[in-house]
Design a protein around this ligand. Structure first.
Ligand SMILES: Cc1cc2nc3c(=O)[nH]c(=O)nc-3n(C[C@H](O)[C@H](O)[C@H](O)COP(=O)(O)OP(=O)(O)OC[C@H]3O[C@@H](n4cnc5c(N)ncnc54)[C@H](O)[C@@H]3O)c2cc1C
Length: 403
């Protein structure tokens, strides 16, 4: 049994964690998994499942109770992400909503913004998204082109975002824009934008190679009037805020990767024990045993590191470099494990009705979104060569000032 081989984890050992884990497993088994096929056909999940998750207290788990959250620490959110990953549930974008959008508002929002948006997010009545990527820029976010022109009591927003998770279902998005466009001080700011506003349009959900039940689409802004009170944090500080908060987004990918690799291994151990060839279970071949032993080892190593990062994040001590290491390394590991596992299913592994096929297709994007794995290595290298990068930045600044 896989769980007998892996080191007993301290992070989820408390009675509260165990109870929550059982509740999450029941929710996934009875209410989420049976709907996946229909959601895949629809290209999106139902609003009802969001409200049900809210009812069970599974949205915004680590948000203070004063704003409708469960007031628990980040490890409980991590547990939910891991269990969803374990069963290959990629449809509802709960994590992006609860663990990325909500923390931005909680950390940088005004009291009025918190009171207006957070309680509705916690109940699932309001579904949210975050719009950073544009058709012409993803990795290089400083090159974004969506503009927000200051019109006194409001900003006038024009531009476009793409690949937005929860985009089609979203009622509200945090959108990265350039304020003061065309001036030498043009900076990036974050705005809270409601989908119902005039000039805010959504594209049809993209057809993706995986995560077919998750709605990913474009957002278009044509002269959208955004009241000044919907500026999130300070004007011009958007890039800094994104760089700080992206560590949490990266951890959500790493945590899902641990769950995903574990689920793939559990399913494969079971399958190879029952499927037979040459009068032997597939698990009887040394090749199968060695492959699965290697996968379990990789899972163990990454699980230990990711658990430590989760604990550090819960204590607000996780460095961006560690978050980047966890994201790129765990998602790479997840990809390799799922690939090896699928091979052991033979032809059945290629059939959509087998969860391993879904896991294979769903998993590929983990190396791309939340910052590509190449960008993760760039961030780690920046930490390794900090002084050199600082000197280069200072020289470039001087050059710009002279020009
Ligand atoms: C399913 C899905 C969901 C997504 N959800 C969201 C969302 O909710 N919100 C959002 O804002 N975005 C979202 N994204 C966008 C995602 O974050 C971007 O696709 C990603 O950051 C990469 O940007 P890009 O696609 O523009 O690729 P590019 O930036 O064009 O990169 C292309 C390739 O070049 C490499 N590259 C780029 N720069 C460097 C460099 N300096 N050094 C080495 N290699 C480099 C990249 O690693 C990549 O391999 C989503 C994407 C997908 C596919």
């Amino acid at each position: 049994m896989l769980q007998d081989v892996l080191i007993k984890r301290e992070i989820y050992a408390s009675e509260e964690h165990q109870m929550m884990q059982q509740m999450i497993r029941d929710f996934i088994k009875n209410e989420v998994a049976p709907q996946m096929e229909q959601w895949e056909k629809d290209g999106m999940v139902s609003r009802a499942i969001w409200e049900r998750a809210g009812e069970l207290g599974l949205l915004c788990i680590d948000m203070p109770e004063a704003y409708g959250g469960a007031g628990l620490d980040f490890s409980f959110s991590a547990l939910f992400m891991e269990e969803l990953g374990r069963k290959g549930i990629s449809g509802p974008g709960f994590s992006l909503h609860s663990d990325i959008v909500a923390p931005y508002i909680l950390k940088y929002g005004t009291e009025a913004q918190k009171k207006k948006y957070l309680p509705l997010m916690a109940t699932g009545e309001m579904i949210t998204a975050i719009g950073m990527t544009e058709p012409d820029c993803g990795s290089d976010l400083q090159a974004l082109r969506t503009t927000a022109v200051d019109k006194g009591d409001h900003y006038l927003v024009n531009g476009q975002k793409t690949f937005i998770t929860n985009g089609y279902m979203s009622d509200m998005s945090i959108v990265a824009v350039k304020t003061n466009p065309g001036t030498p001080q043009e900076g990036i700011s974050l705005l809270i934008m409601e989908s119902a506003w005039d000039g805010f349009e959504k594209g049809v959900p993209f057809k993706k190679i995986g995560m077919k039940a998750q709605d990913t689409c474009e957002l278009f802004f044509d002269d959208v009037k955004v009241p000044k009170e919907n500026l999130l944090g300070q004007e011009g500080m958007g890039f800094k805020m994104m760089m700080t908060e992206l560590a949490r987004e990266r951890m959500s990918v790493a945590i899902s990767a641990i769950g995903g690799a574990k689920g793939a291994l559990e399913d494969t151990i079971e399958y190879t024990t029952t499927r037979r060839a040459f009068k032997s279970p597939i698990a009887g071949f040394q090749n199968t045993q060695f492959k699965l032993a290697e996968c379990a080892t990789q899972l163990q190593i990454h699980q230990t590191f990711v658990d430590r990062c989760v604990a550090l994040l819960a204590e607000h001590k996780l460095t961006p470099e560690s978050a980047s290491m966890a994201k790129y390394s765990a998602s790479d590991m997840h990809g390799k494990v799922v690939d090896e596992c699928l091979q052991l299913f033979g032809g059945y592994g290629y059939m959509w009705e087998y969860p391993i096929a879904r896991m294979y297709a769903d998993n590929r994007v983990a190396r791309i979104y939340a910052g590509t794995n190449e960008i993760m290595k760039l961030l780690i290298a920046r930490g390794l060569f900090k002084e050199m990068f600082q000197e280069m930045k200072a020289r470039a600044k001087q050059k710009m000032q002279k020009a």
